[in-house]
Design a binder for this molecule. Sequence first.
Ligand SMILES: [Zn+2]
Ligand SMILES: [Zn+2]
Length: 318
Amino acid sequence: MPLNLGRTDSGDLLWVENPFTGVVTYVTDIHRKRSGFQQKTEPRPEYPTHDLDPYRRRCPFCPGNESMTTTEVLRRTTAEGEWSTRAFYNLFPRIPVECTGGRNESYVLVESPRHFRDAATHPDHLEFTAGLGHARFREIVRDAAALSAIAFENPAVASVVVRKNQGRESGASQPHPHTQVIGGGREFSPIAAERRAVEESPDLWQEILDLAARERLVIDEREGCYLYFSPFGAFPRSYEIVDTRVSGRLHQIPTDRLDAFADLLFAALDILGDDPMDYEIHAEQGIPLHAHVHSRFFPYSNIAGTLNLPLQLLRPNP
Ligand SMILES: [Zn+2]
Ligand SMILES: [Zn+2]
C-alpha cells in the first residue's frame, strides 16, 4: 500500500496519513492564529544567584548520592576514576514486574554527573542532553544498548524501548539528565503497528524517505542514516532518524551503525537545545532502526483525531 497523501492542484502537500496509526496531518495556517491570551512581554527577570549545593545534595542522581538509588547495573568511568554514566533499576517499574517474570526491567541511565550547566546561578539552569556534546551522547546510546542486552537476558522480556524525557512539560520527574530503558512482557503497540505496516509494504520507510526528500524535509544524512522533519509526527515539531539498512534489537546493531545513528539523533537534540522534548528509540527485528523525537515547546492541537503541520515549515517562501 503506498503512502496515502493529498496534494493541491499545484502539487503542494495538503495532508498526509501516518501509515502506522492512520492519523491524518493537515498542512494549515492555524499556527499563525494570534493568541487571545495576554502575552508576557516583559523581559525575563534576572535570576538572583542561588546556592545550588543543596539541590545537588538531595538529588539521587548526583555524584556522592549513589546510595540513594537502587542497585547499580552499569557504570562508565573516566580516566580519573569518576563515573560518567551510571544505570540502576527504576524505583518505580514502568511495567509491573508481574509482566516480566517477577523482575524489574525498568532502568534509569544517568547521562552525566553534571546536574547544572556551566555558570549556573539558578536551579532552572539545568544541564541538558545536547549540552553534553556528541561524543558523550554516543556513549549514552551505547550504554542504552548495553541495558537492552541486560533486559533481554530475562526470557520474559519481549520488547525493549529507550525513552528520554527532557523538561517538566515532557513529563520528566527528575531534573538531572537521564534516559529510561524499559523492558516489557509484550511488544509495545507502536512497534507492533510498524512491523505490521512494513510486512504489508516492505518499501514503506523508503517511501517515507522519498517523501521527505521531495518535500525538502531531510536535515542530514550520514552513511545511509537519515534525519528528517517528520510530516506526520505525533506533535507539531517531530523529527525522525532512520537507518533502513539495519534492524534488530539495539544491542545487536553494529557499533559503527549505532554511532552514526547516535550522531544524527544528537543533531536533532541539538536543534531543540534545552527545550522540553522527548524521544523514543524503536529497535526490533522486522523494522528499521529508528527514533521519534518530539519537541514539546509548540502548541499541540488534536481535533477529531487529526493533527496540523505549520504551512510555513513546508513552504517557507510562498
Ligand atoms: Zn543531580
Ligand atoms: Zn517507531
